[in-house]
Design a protein around this ligand. Structure first.
Ligand code: COA
Ligand code: AMP
Length: 632
């Protein structure tokens, strides 16, 4: 029977409690919730507050109870090491409950925080699920972040246990975790009590007892642990994301709403059923990895793929097609940059023609704006719908999308389609009025947000309220700007804060500036995100030196690049630091980052009326030309 998207959407907005109360019946509860939504303390809403459940139970045990234990839950495919493995729901549950026992042996209790700093290997997924099994709160840190970032997450979360591996593999480079972890442990003020390290084949490192034990040792005397009963508003995880300052924000996810919403999305947004194979080519260190490599597909009871590789170079631009064909994948979710990388290496799709992709039905893109050229190229090549959808770490699932499992909408290139049921999206203007169709403004979502979105920030209710819920009373401020057209399609055009998007990775220019300011020769600096054909945006640092510095500019630039790599991590892709004479500012001293970005991107700009010295913009232009960012 054809479903009517607008009827479902309207019901979710007009009667959210009834809507989500009904959806919640599809998940396992130890105690079913009777209170669907507590609205008594806005903006702190609570979904399903008197329900009790368990994340891991819903991801694994439930399907085994339903007779699906022999079905494949997880496929691991590493074109980097050549390793492949499959785990049925039974096998994954056995591994997870044993590792949960290992965590218990190490003294991890309900509510304790556990940092997971690991490459894309099954043990990372096992560690995440094991935390959920015993009610510990995991905080996964992306492997491309350096020690400083790891240390700040240890300090903020006050974690007692860190789970890591001996190394990760990037194309042509082994990422040794050991020195990164050692440095982070030194930097962190909060002291980790225990470290469990997974030794990768042929890459064993030394461990120092009694603080450190290997994964195998931890398992050796562990007993299987059952799922503990957790309150729906207890936390499943903290995921740190870039904020408007260098201090990352700890996005927390409550247990009940997370299960309810994510399970619902698999069928309704992605049209994935229990017997389908699903692949999200992201990293478990990002929200896409949390939600769509691990949780949503496992809540749904389908098969999910964990891919340790890149779209190109592991070994070639045909690897995505090989994986889809070999594992009979129905839908793939990745970032547009991955497709831009494939398109660059294999514009005519020569690799594509080698594989049978008859199982493949749709491609979903998110994480950054999907440029129409890339969407059209992918559509032509794959001959399946290519769907751009928009979401954020804060929400954990799509705010706008084509809901392919409800009613397929036509594609408008450049738009991330319509608001998903649950999200009342509006465009608001600086004067606090709601914009008319096609008028630009800040994109906001009317409160309460649906289940699965962040109920607060870790230990920072005030920051949550001030940062997201204050500028527009009664709304969640997404910090994206754009418009909604006459047909209700949402067009995401830019960020309104200092966040830039590099290869689908969210980075704070403020955080990079903080690091650059630590260089002894730097007086002041500005980091802007300039357009890049492959990665969407790239950070460029403009640095003004202290008086009397005698070191040459080239050396200082190189040192600044290395400093960011060491402190933020290689993922920042920070390769350009330009020494300039002065930075352009307003008369009140505000650095004109937006104007410099427009100059670098060759966009039209108006000379700001409040500019202190317009000649500085010409100097900046000259520097950009000298550094081949701008042509003459
Ligand atoms: N551990 C350690 N280092 C990592 C890492 C990890 N998990 N992930 C990336 N890095 C490093 C890379 O090795 C690279 O280092 P380098 O400067 O020594 O080359 C740097 O961080 C930048 O990485 P990346 O942004 O991945 O760029 P790339 O040039 O290696 O690859 C793409 C470009 C497009 C192939 C790659 O960005 C990609 O696959 N993107 C897919 C999109 C995606 O997964 N987005 C996540 C959110 S959905
Ligand atoms: P993250 O929290 O890392 O998922 O990053 C969220 C941000 O990425 C959003 O606020 C947007 O700025 C950007 N983003 C995500 N998806 C899209 C999309 N489909 N189109 C445009 N921007 C997007």
């Amino acid at each position: 029977m054809k479903k009517d998207l607008s009827a479902i959407y309207n019901q979710s907005i007009e009667n959210p409690e009834e809507f989500w109360g009904e959806v919640a019946k599809d998940v396992f509860w130890f105690k079913k919730p009777t209170k669907i939504l507590n609205k008594s303390k806005p903006p702190f809403y609570k979904w399903f507050e008197d329900g009790t459940t368990n994340t891991c139970y819903n991801a694994l045990d439930l399907h085994i109870d339903n007779g699906k234990g022999d079905k494949t839950a997880l496929i691991y495919d590493s074109p980097i090491t050549g390793d492949k493995a499959k785990f049925t729901y039974n096998q994954l549950k056995d591994k997870v409950s044993k590792f949960a026992g290992a965590l218990d042996n190490q003294g991890v209790k309900k509510g304790d925080r556990v940092i997971i700093y690991m490459p894309m290997i099954p043990e990372a997924v096992i560690a995440m699920l094991a935390c959920g099994r015993i009610g510990a709160i995991h905080s996964v840190v992306f492997g491309g972040f350096a020690s400083n970032e790891l240390a700040s997450r240890i300090d903020d979360s006050q974690a007692n246990l860190l789970i890591t591996a001996s190394c990760g593999f990037e194309p042509g480079r082994t990422v040794e975790y050991r020195p990164l972890v050692d440095e982070a442990l030194k930097l962190a003020k909060h002291k980790i009590k225990k470290l469990i390290l997974f030794q990768r084949k042929d890459h064993e490192v030394k461990l120092i007892a009694p603080l450190e034990i290997s994964w195998d040792e931890a398992l050796s005397n562990a007993k299987d642990k059952d799922c503990v009963e957790m309150g729906a508003n207890d936390y499943a995880y903290i995921l740190y994301t870039s904020g408007t300052t260098g201090v990352p924000k700890g996005i927390v996810r409550d247990i009940g709403g997370h299960i309810v919403a994510l399970k619902w999305t698999m069928k309704n947004i992605y049209n994935i059923k229990e017997d389908d194979v699903w692949w999200s080519a992201s990293d478990i260190g990002w929200i896409v990895g949390h939600s769509y490599i691990v949780y949503a597909p496992l809540f749904k009871g389908c098969t999910t793929v964990l891919f340790e590789g890149k779209p190109v170079g592991t070994p070639d631009a045909g690897v995505f097609w090989r994986v889809i064909s070999e594992h009979k994948i129905k839908s793939l979710f990745t970032a547009p940059t991955a497709f831009r990388a494939i398109k660059k290496e294999d514009p005519d799709g020569k690799f594509f023609s080698k594989y049978d992709l008859s199982s493949f039905e749709s491609l979903f893109l998110a994480g950054e704006r999907a440029d129409p050229d890339t969407i059209k190229w992918a559509e032509n090549l794959l001959n399946v719908p290519v769907i751009d959808h928009w979401w954020q770490t804060e929400t954990s699932w799509a705010i706008s999308s084509n809901c392919t499992g409800i009613e397929m909408q036509k594609t408008k290139y450049g738009s991330a389609c319509k608001a998903v049921p649950g999200y009342d999206v509006k465009i608001i203007k600086p004067d606090q009025t709601i914009a008319k169709p096609n008028e630009m403004g800040d994109i906001v979502v009317k409160l309460p947000l649906p289940p699965g979105t962040f109920p607060t920030l870790w230990n920072a209710d005030k920051r949550y309220e001030e940062n997201y819920m204050t500028n527009y009373k009664g709304y969640y401020q997404t910090y994206d700007a754009g418009h909604i057209d006459d047909d209700g399609y949402i067009w995401i055009m830019s960020r309104t804060d200092d966040i830039i998007n590099v290869a689908g990775h969210r980075l704070s220019t403020g955080a990079i500036e903080e690091v650059l300011s630590e260089h002894q020769s730097v007086a002041e600096c500005a980091v802007i995100g300039i357009k890049d054909q492959l990665k969407g945006q790239l950070p460029v640092g403009l640095i003004a030196l202290k008086a009397g510095v005698t070191k040459d500019n080239e050396t200082i630039s190189e040192e600044c690049v290395q400093l960011v790599r060491d402190k933020v991590g290689p993922v920042a892709a920070f390769k350009i630091a330009i020494v300039v004479k002065r930075l352009p500012k307003t008369r009140s001293g505000k650095v004109l980052r937006g104007t410099m970005r427009k100059i670098a991107d060759k966009e039209d700009y108006k000379m700001p009326a409040t500019i202190d010295d317009p000649a500085i913009l010409d100097e900046i232009k000259e520097s950009l030309i000298e550094n081949k960012i701008l042509n003459k």
